[in-house]
Design a protein around this ligand. Structure first.
Ligand code: ZN
Length: 413
């Protein structure tokens, strides 16, 4: 056996198990495997989960807070403007280094599956795509990175998605990005917005790509992008291959309209990703209708979104952090709720972004996170450093923490 994890707690089992790994795959999960591993990890009763998955982030703008002048008003337009100023000076190598730093930080915390949006606007053009594809290849031993090309359509541009925007998207798809992104809410009118969404679907079909849009990140019942995306998903036969992020507006619809829209999401197999860290710090954002989406069986994931950026200067790249925040924002506190929260950073995003052979069962890829805590509630509460992170059957990160409390000679906790 190439790798043996001893004394692991796995969800749904009361007794501890051993996990045997051969090559890149989980070979067996059962009590007391009577074999030795070339490498052995003692989980010491800690939870072992399939790798955390971040289905919505922006690695290319990671750590922009280091470079920004302090904001004067802190309004969203000013913060977006600061982001724009920083972009002007960055090279492919600069962006690549930020992506690598962020990826390593994510891996250390147990996230080896990341879907990142990439800015393909007029300033950067393909700087970010080039940097990301290079980092994706170079870091493939540590993490699996998916990429989404996202045009930057600014409010007040009357023509909507321009020929230049479409050209840049097509080039990005030819370079190898996985999904078409965008922010259709920025368009001036419903007609332009729908024409933009139609164009995204046309490109996705032409390049056999997924679709992943920022949608309805507004505390307004008039924001109705996601429902058009859902309808279009059904019309184009793209069920299960489309994700929408934020969707704050869902919380602002009246109950009856919200029910209809969630039913439409369900029929479209539309994947929803919420980013509570960002949505709580931006004044006109809010968290989507979490409990109703979960009750309806819609695939709901938690994303990290920006990492130490201009809009949110926070973000530890530990997926347990936004999950913990969502617990508070959405009032999730029971053991069943905590199970949903763990799903929202593991199985749900894995399903949403189409990861194959994902999980803990024999035959799944051995991409696993060993946690210090044995109980899911305790895991969310304390979020201690992950003792081991395994990618393709190899330990790619490890952490330890020891704390002493008390007067000299009496350090009992
Ligand atoms: Zn985003």
């Amino acid at each position: 056996m190439d790798l043996l994890i001893k004394n692991a707690t796995v969800r749904g089992e009361t007794d501890s198990v051993d996990i045997g790994i051969d090559g890149d795959y989980v070979e067996s999960v059962r009590p007391e495997i009577d074999d030795t591993g070339a490498v052995e990890v003692d989980a010491a009763g800690g939870l072992v989960l399939p790798s955390f998955v971040d289905a919505h982030t922006h690695l290319d703008k990671a750590y922009f807070a280091d470079l920004a002048e302090p904001p004067t008003t802190g309004t969203l337009p000013e913060l977006i403007e600061l982001t724009g100023q920083i972009k002007q000076d960055l090279t492919v190598a600069d962006v690549r280094n930020r992506i690598e730093r962020a990826t390593r930080e994510a891996v250390a915390n147990g996230t080896t599956k990341i879907r990142t949006h990439l800015d393909v606007g007029a300033v950067w053009e393909h700087t970010s795509v080039e940097a990301s594809l290079d980092a994706k290849a170079e870091l493939s031993d540590l993490a699996d990175i998916q990429t989404v090309a996202m045009p930057q359509v600014r409010s007040g541009e009357p023509e909507g998605l321009t020929e230049a925007d479409i050209d840049r998207l097509e080039t990005a798809l030819e370079m190898g990005v996985d999904a078409v992104g965008g922010e259709p809410n920025k368009e001036d009118t419903d007609e332009l917005e729908r024409a933009t969404i139609d164009e995204y679907f046309r490109l996705a079909a032409a390049y056999d790509a997924e679709i992943d849009l920022h949608a309805d990140g507004l505390n307004s019942a008039t924001a109705r992008t996601a429902e058009y995306v859902a309808r279009k998903t059904i019309d184009e036969g793209m069920e299960g291959r489309v994700q929408v992020g934020h969707v704050s507006a869902l919380s602002y619809y009246d109950e009856w309209h919200r029910r209809d829209v969630i039913d439409l999401f369900d029929r479209a197999e539309l994947n929803v990703v919420t980013t509570p860290k960002e949505d709580q710090i931006v004044a006109d954002h809010d968290t989507t209708a979490v409990s109703e989406l979960l009750d309806a069986g819609v695939t709901l994931s938690v994303g990290h979104n920006n990492i130490a950026g201009t809009i949110s200067p926070f973000g530890s790249l530990d997926m347990l952090e936004p999950a913990w925040l969502l617990a508070h924002v959405a009032g999730l506190r029971s053991p069943t709720d905590v199970a949903d929260l763990l799903d929202s950073i593991t199985h749900s995003p894995a399903n949403a972004i189409g990861l194959e052979e994902y999980g803990l069962a024999p035959g799944c890829r051995a991409d696993l996170t060993v946690c210090a805590e044995s109980d899911p509630m305790e895991l969310l509460r304390t979020r201690r450093p992950r003792p081991a992170v395994i990618k393709s059957g190899e330990v790619v990160a490890s952490s330890s923490a020891s704390t002493t409390v008390g007067l000299e000679g009496d350090h009992g906790v």
